[in-house]
Design a binder for this molecule. Sequence first.
Ligand code: ATP
Ligand code: LTN
Length: 327
Amino acid sequence: MRIFSGIRASGDKTLGNYSGGYRQYAATQEQGDAVFCIVDLHSITTAYEPEGLHEATLAGAAMLFATGIDPERSIVFCQSHVQAHAEAAWLLSSVTSFGELRRMTQFKDKSADQEFVSAGLFTYPVLMAGDILLYQTDIVPVGDDQRQHVELTRDIAERFNGRYGDTFTVPKGVYPDEGARIKNLQEPERLMSTSAGNPQGVIRIVDEPDVIRKKFKTAVTDSEREVRHDPDAKPGISNLIEIMSVVAGESPAAIEARYDNSGYGQFKEDVGEAVVTLFAPIQERYRELRADEEGLRRLLGTGAEKARAASAPTLEIMVERMGFVRP
Ligand code: ATP
Ligand code: LTN
């Protein structure tokens, strides 16, 4: 089974990324041939600084290895190192409609209130479809915010297969049962994000333990004192229950039972402590990996070679079926 996922090279990754992303990558790696891509070409679709991109790309690689991706077993590479991705995006844009792209909520969210909206931000899902389809991917582990993009990828694959003959495996999205949409601790109505929202409510994987504790202690809840999972009536506390569920591997019901009658103060403190404990070894490995830039580049170089070899046959079939003359 082929597994593929992509992570944007942008900012310090969050507890949301851990829950919807890294945690699933490490688990799915055990199930087949996994490919993880730091999608630096996607990172330039919104305002960015070149030095920031450089740093975020290396940080993205280090975080994948720190959270348990084994470079011997899985392919980890940087999107811009494998030219097939940019080429596939162009080819697939001919089987993607303007209307489909216009409906994408990530485009609407990321373009709202921006002075400059790049054409790349609009066509972003086509690049993502190419990432996935080039590797004949069976499953795509992601958070719930990527559901619409994965569904579009399936439509693009089916349309291409219908028009030019069976070329792509039609991939399935895989979303965690708990923690597919971790919310900002200060604004529980919005997703925790690398790039938006109140920073006090965003837990970064690299945050110092005391910073994490404080962010949990000051998390927004409600005026009751019952630890109960009810996302509509109690979004703040429900988010904390989901976080505890992800971190402790327990069901929300078991957590409710454990905190029956104990009030919010102790619960918030315990969730914070559980996250600190979970992140401590990841932070340590991350620092070691990040300090060895040469080592990271070497690993990315090997990953790129493997990714080129894995994607080239699909690109070749695409161009042939589409009628291009080959040299
Ligand atoms: P940016 O803000 O730069 O767009 P991002 O965090 O949205 O970054 P990625 O780093 O590429 O984007 O996301 C990696 C994975 O984390 C994706 O599968 C995404 O669905 C998942 N993810 C992001 N935010 C959350 C969240 N709040 N809850 C659960 N999963 C999330
Ligand atoms: N769009 C995703 C990142 C991404 C991706 C992918 C995820 C780019 N290409 C391929 C899974 C598979 C995001 O914004 N998080």
